[in-house]
Structure formats: C-alpha cells, structure tokens
Design a binder for this molecule. Sequence first.
Ligand code: F6P
Length: 543
Amino acid sequence: MSGSINDRLSQLSALAEQSSNMRDAFDNDAKRAQRYSVKACDITLDYAKNLIDETSWQALQQLAADSKISTLRQQMLQGAAINNTEQRAVWHTRLRQQDVSGLVLDGEDIGQQISDCRARMAALVDTLHQQQYLGYQGSAITDLIWVGIGGSLLGPQMAVEALTPYHCSPVKLHFAGNIDGAVVSDIVSGLNPATTLVVVASKSFGTEETKQNALAIRQWFTDHGADKSAIAHHFWATSSNIAAAAEFGIEQKNILPMWDWVGGRYSLWSAIGLPVALMIGNQNFQQLLAGAEAMDQHFFNAPFAENMPVIMALLGIWYINGHHCQAQALLPYSHYLRLLPSYVQQLDMESNGKSVDRDGHALPYASAPVIWGDAGTNGQHAYHQLLHQSALAVPADFILPLKVKHPLQDQHSRLAAHCFAQTQALMQGKTLQEATAECLASGMSEQQAKALAPHKVSPGNKPSNTLLLPELSPYYLGALIALYEHKVFCQGAIWQLNSFDQWGVELGKQLSGPIYQTLTGNDSHTFDSSTTALIKTFLAAQH
Ligand code: F6P
C-alpha cells in the first residue's frame, strides 16, 4: 500500500479481498496462536482468529507507523489542545498517574488540584464508611443517589457492577440517569431523605436529564420538610460549572472539581469515580487507577507490533475499512462485566462516530462501528445464531476473567468452555460435508441428511479477539478500560478525526425544546407532518 492515509484506507478493501481462510491458516501454521497473541499488564490478547496473514498484518502495521498515532499521543501528553474544536487538552491519563507532582497546564498546578480532589473524595468515602456523615435529623447516611447521565454515569455504574465482589460499603448506592420520571420515583419511594445523600454529577451542570432529576429529588426533600440548609447539607456536586452548582443550592465545600481537559466519557478516573470508591473502598479505587496507569505505560512505550491498543485499533480499522463491517460485538463472559458494552458504546461511538476530519473536511471512509453486546452465555441463546450463520460479518471481542471469586468453580469452567467454543465455532464453522456426516452418524437416511445438512452449515471464517484477564479485580478492570480508551484514540488518530468532541448530540437537544414547549402548551411551533401527528397523539392521550 502507498500514498496518503486516505489512499491507504481505501486500498484496504482490495487487500481484504485477498484474505485467506482462517481454518487453512491454522492448518498451515502451527505457530499462528503464538504469532498473533500479545500480553500487556498480564492481560492476554489472542488475535489469531482474525482474517489476517503476514501480508495484511504488515500493511496494517505500516498504516499505524505512518499515521498520526505517535504525534498525537505525544501532543496529548504535553497537554496540547488536541480536542481542537473545543480548544481543550486531553489529560484523562493524568488522573490515574500515581505521582502527579509538578503537573502544570496553562500555568495551573494541575498536580495539586488532582491531589486535593483525591484527598477530598477519600475523606468523604471514609466518613460515609464510618457512618459519621449525619443527616439533617442526626441519623447516619444510609443511601446515596448519584444523579448523572452519559459519561457522568456509565463509567461508575459499569465499574461498580463489575467490582461487586469488592463491595464493602454500609451505604447503598442508587443511580438516576434517564429523564424518565420512573427512575427517580422508584428510587425515592424506598428512601428517607433524612438519611440520603445526593451527588449531582454533571461536568456542565446544564444537562437537562440531570437537572430535572436533581430538581425532582430536591423537591422530594422539601416535601419531607427539609429546609434550605438541610438540602445544602445533603447535596453534593461533581462539576466544572461551580456557578451553576452553587445556584442550584450546593455549597462550595460540597463541590468536587471536574476540568475542561477531561471529557465526560473519559472521566471515571476523576471525582466521577466517587461511587466506585464508595462501594469498593479507597484502596481498591487506587488499584483501579493503578491498573489504568499500567496500561497507559504499555501504550506509551511498547513498540506498535506489541502494543495491545494499537493492535486492537488496527484490527478494527481492517474490518471497518477493509471488510466493510459496520458492527463490533463486545461479549464479556462475565456476569459482572455485563454493562461494559454500554460503557464502550459511549466511549467508542461518541468519540469516533464522526463524518468530518479534524479540519472539517468530509471523511471519505467509515469510522466507528456500532458497538453492541451483552454477557455470555446469554447471547448464545439469542443473537449468536446471526453471528454464526448470517451473511453479516460482525467481528467480536470475547472477554474472560480467568479466576473468579464465587465458589461455583465447575460453572466457571463451563462458562470458559462456552467462551472458547464460540470463538472456535466462528472461526472454523461447519462444512456441508461435515454436516452431512454428522446427520448420517445420528442415524438419518441419506435423503434426510441431504435435506437437513445445508441448514447445519456454518460458513466460519468469522473473526474474533479473545481477551483473558487474570481476574476481574480493580487493577485489571482499570487496565481493561484504559485498553479500550487507547484503542479508540488510535483509531481516531488513523481516521484523522477529533475523538474528543460530540457535536452530533446537540441537534436532538436543540429540537426537543420547541417540542416540549408545544407539548406543555407554553408555546406552539411548526413541525414536519410526522412530528406534528406524534405531538397530537401524545396530547390526546394526556386527557
Ligand atoms: O450529551 C452528551 C454528553 O455531553 C456526554 O458527552 C456527557 O458525558 C454527557 O452528555 C453528560 O454531560 P454532563 O456531565 O455535562 O452532564
């Protein structure tokens, strides 16, 4: 391949057409698994079951070498405004750096700010754990409602769930994200405001869902007789918009910082991680940061050929731009990781789901896949049928923690067997000859076998990665999340787009205003005939 990055990306299709059959590749190369596997932070990535050979892999490696990955990575570390449409630095990796002393950005002592924030988070967690945070009627806090959406919710929700075996908090945690009133109604119906703490998590403190949920909860406090000072005592915020949080009634001492240089979907490592620290304790939260920092070090220092995020990024590019796959399945074989696909959906799709490059020119190629998935083995009894036999090609990441904390070891072995069997079945498939032989062996007549065998054929040659974590501990979860962050970063660099803005979400927000005004009779606007009819039907149902 030669020419500009654009040319290279368009040349991938021709290269992809020459892809050899994976089953043959395994038969012809006893060392294939060894050749195409890598270890980072004790996490193993087996990428042997992909549609690559030495020629295509060399070409992809060259693409990485000639791309802006190295430059952009350097600029990121230096604090350059690589989020160019918002003129912001991208420093989420700094948030998990153990030693932040001397970190300065635009003349500000960021290291000190990060240290202060960590200390304040830890102090709040300790006070809650020791049941010394007393509510306005003198009883200890028993429940915490975390109000936020998108990047201010998905990370902590996923990590709290993932680390269930590490939970050690006497305080129960509730997440309120969706503006659907059912969420807050359900949460508060079982709670007592006198023993409930509320954290409003919003970088902008302007997100409608978060504001409305926070207002509804504040009203619930008022309805139960809480006055202004009681409310001030029970409400905290994590935000970079101090003025808006203060206007809401949250005292300065209860506002934990967020910064312009950390995007919402990269903010788990900041005060947005408070629910995680609360549920697993401060020391374990430090381990989460340490695991992410270890993956950062790997990403910053390992040569591209052994660099796990770079390898995963290249495989993704290969399928999107070479094989024209539009989806990517994320299949954690771990009940506790079942929210990972939702988390990575925002991380990947909000970062790289773009149509213009960094300079605003239309991208001549596709970026970001549709990320979807759920915990295995559930999906095997739902959508895996499509993965195995449909004409759609959906590359899949299988993720398995090797050791578990629960006592049902045999079930863990069965889970692992299914995980590995799925990757094997996707790769090798089942030929017509094999299906026919299987039918005959089960006692069918030749005629019966001939009729049924085509239905049992699986084309195979379907790609997958397998990621093996030593265990699902805070450390390895941190490393796993950072791995996906850096994969997305590398892909954004190759696609030459800005992975750190999200202008596409604005239009829907803008349009909902006039519709809401019309629905509530405060104003009337003109819409297309479909929207007008929908509004009319909604209004008719309210009477
Ligand atoms: O609307 C998208 C978005 O801006 C996300 O990028 C962000 O994570 C989420 O909304 C929440 O934003 P905030 O933390 O400002 O409430």
